[in-house]
Design a protein around this ligand. Structure first.
Ligand code: NDP
Length: 503
């Protein structure tokens, strides 16, 4: 570093003579308005905070790469997936959802799992969670749902009544509630959890053939969770434990990695499938669509500056590249609006110019101009409109998504598949969980739900009962409820119960 660089300057590069004593009128007099250094310094400090993300506010991030390990060119023409061995630079961010920027990493919460791929055809953002499903499947419910996971309007405290009131009136949440209240709701670290797209996306190949796909980033460190008691201890001991763990692991060269596995379904098969493949409260059972290994994600670079990279990293499911597109999943459709909209609000309309967000391997050549913080050459003297005959950048027909069919009348349609909200959570309880998993699940629920009013407890236990009689009964017993009252409230016929367990 040159001697000149080591000198302290103001924001505009002029040297500073004294940074310890403000300019005053006399030894004990007031500070003079003409101390422009103190004015500039305080003025900047007053504006250090940018709006906190409404969800996913607390996070940790790192850079690395993604390497392709299998030929997927028959499913997608995405350039970064075009060759076995091809590597693409990435930046990943993990987060909790409901807590504020200062909240504890060990809270029970889904975890965000976002990866930005700096591809040669522009950035591609994967914006998933550590759970394969979600609480709701219609975006109209999202703001209400998030309100209930945050603070009570009067007390400004978390509130078990509002938390469970909403969920117990939202039967489609039963699957995700089960995963959240299993020990997977408190992952040991960000390195010990999977990342799922949750939504179904579309891939299409060079020939224009489309497939429905789901992404599974499986941790190579193994799944490791905290029990309820361990999580409580961790929150008290080190509220930043997962942030610290990720940073320290990379610093000591113990680079975390994930294996990307894809579930791929033909468009024809989706028409006849027994679950609605666009319903984000459902998984595709592995037995039907075994995940295939596609690549490896490795994180090997810590950010040099947290705010510059992690806080300003802006991921959006609408940030796509040719070969990857969307499904009609209503939650996904709404996220296409909300993420970009949030970034414009938090970071400004030119957030794509912030280094962590800029398409470093495919520089922008658009006709978008001006706006706050346009920090590049703004297109220089070139044309700022299309079409033009002055050699400006032109659209490339090869980048166009193949046409797709839509059908039906416009209405506020509910999902039309059978009422199967209880089948998959039931299967998870009966077929996948161990005795220990089940005991922890019930204990975790009882611990939290016991803070809610009895009528809410009854309604929620009835939803668990619909997923599995034993599950609902154990929760009811743990809460001291009358199991027959829960059974009545569940109101399932013998046939309905048999159907649910046969799927
Ligand atoms: P499988 O037995 O083939 O798969 C079950 C999967 O469940 C496992 O592969 C694992 O997913 C995940 N799992 C294991 N333990 C737990 C746990 N304690 N809490 C949450 N998830 C766990 O069965 P299916 O594919 O038929 O699915 C059965 C049920 O498993 C589903 O209804 C769903 O609730 C759950 N599940 C299914 C997933 C899927 O994509 N099919 C993904 C995750 C859960 P992983 O390998 O991803 O860790």
């Amino acid at each position: 570093m040159s001697e000149k660089k080591k000198k302290m300057t103001n924001a505009f590069g002029a040297p500073i003579g004294d940074d310890q004593n403000s300019l005053t009128a006399g030894k004990r007099g007031p500070v003079l308005m003409q101390d422009v250094h103190v004015l500039e310094k305080l003025g900047h400090f007053d504006r250090e905070r940018i709006p906190e993300r409404v969800v996913h506010a607390k996070g940790a991030g790192a850079g690395g790469y993604f390497e392709v390990t299998a030929d997927v060119t028959k499913y997608t023409k995405a350039n970064f997936l075009s060759e076995v061995g091809k590597r693409t630079e990435v930046f990943a961010r993990f987060s909790t959802v409901g807590g504020e920027k200062g909240s504890a990493d060990a809270e029970r919460d889904p975890r965000g799992f976002a990866v930005k791929f700096y591809t040669e055809e522009g950035n591609y953002d994967f914006v998933g969670n550590n759970t394969p499903v979600f609480f709701i499947r219609d975006p109209l419910k999202f703001p209400d749902f998030i309100h209930t996971q945050k603070r009570h309007p009067a007390t400004n405290c978390k509130d078990a009544d509002m938390f469970w009131d909403f969920l117990s009136l939202t039967p489609e949440s039963t699957h995700q509630v089960k995963i959240l209240f299993s020990d997977r709701g408190t992952p040991a670290t960000y390195r010990n959890m999977n990342g799922y797209s949750s939504h179904t996306y579309k891939w299409y190949n060079e020939g224009g053939e489309a497939f429905w796909v789901k992404y599974h980033f499986k941790t190579d460190q193994g799944i490791k969770n905290l029990t309820r008691q361990e999580a409580a201890e961790m929150r008290a001991k080190d509220p930043d434990h997962a942030t610290r763990d990720l940073y320290d692991a990379i610093e000591r060269g113990d680079y975390p990695s994930w294996t990307l596995e894809m579930q791929i379904m033909s468009v024809e098969a989706a028409e006849k499938y027994r679950f609605d493949v666009f319903d984000v409260t459902k998984v595709w059972p592995h037995g039907d669509y075994p995940p295939m290994k596609v690549g490896k994600l490795v994180l090997n670079r810590n950010p040099e500056n947290y705010f510059a990279e992690v806080e300003q990293a802006a991921f959006a499911p609408s940030t796509l590249v040719p070969g990857i597109s969307l499904s009609p999943d209503k939650m996904l459709q709404a996220r296409l609006f909300s993420y970009h909209d949030t970034h414009i609000h938090r970071l400004g309309p030119n957030y794509h110019l912030i280094p962590v967000n800029s398409p470093k391997n495919a520089p922008e050549t658009s006709y978008q101009r001006d706006g706050f913080m346009r920090t590049d050459a703004n297109g220089g003297g070139g044309p700022n409109y299309w079409p033009n005959s002055f050699g400006g950048p032109a659209p490339d027909i090869a980048a166009k998504e193949p046409p797709f069919e839509v059908a039906g009348g416009a209405d506020r349609h509910p999902y039309t598949h059978p009422n199967d909200d209880f089948v998959q959570p039931g299967n998870l309880y009966r077929d996948v969980m161990t005795d220990e998993d089940r005991a922890h699940l019930v204990g975790n629920i009882v611990d939290h739900l016991s803070g809610a009013q009895k009528r809410i407890q009854l309604r929620q236990a009835a939803l668990f009962y619909k997923a599995d009689e034993e599950y609902g009964s154990r929760v009811a017993e743990g809460l001291g409820l009358d199991v027959s009252e829960v059974e009545n409230l569940a109101g399932m016929t013998k046939e309905e119960r048999e159907w649910a367990t046969s799927q």
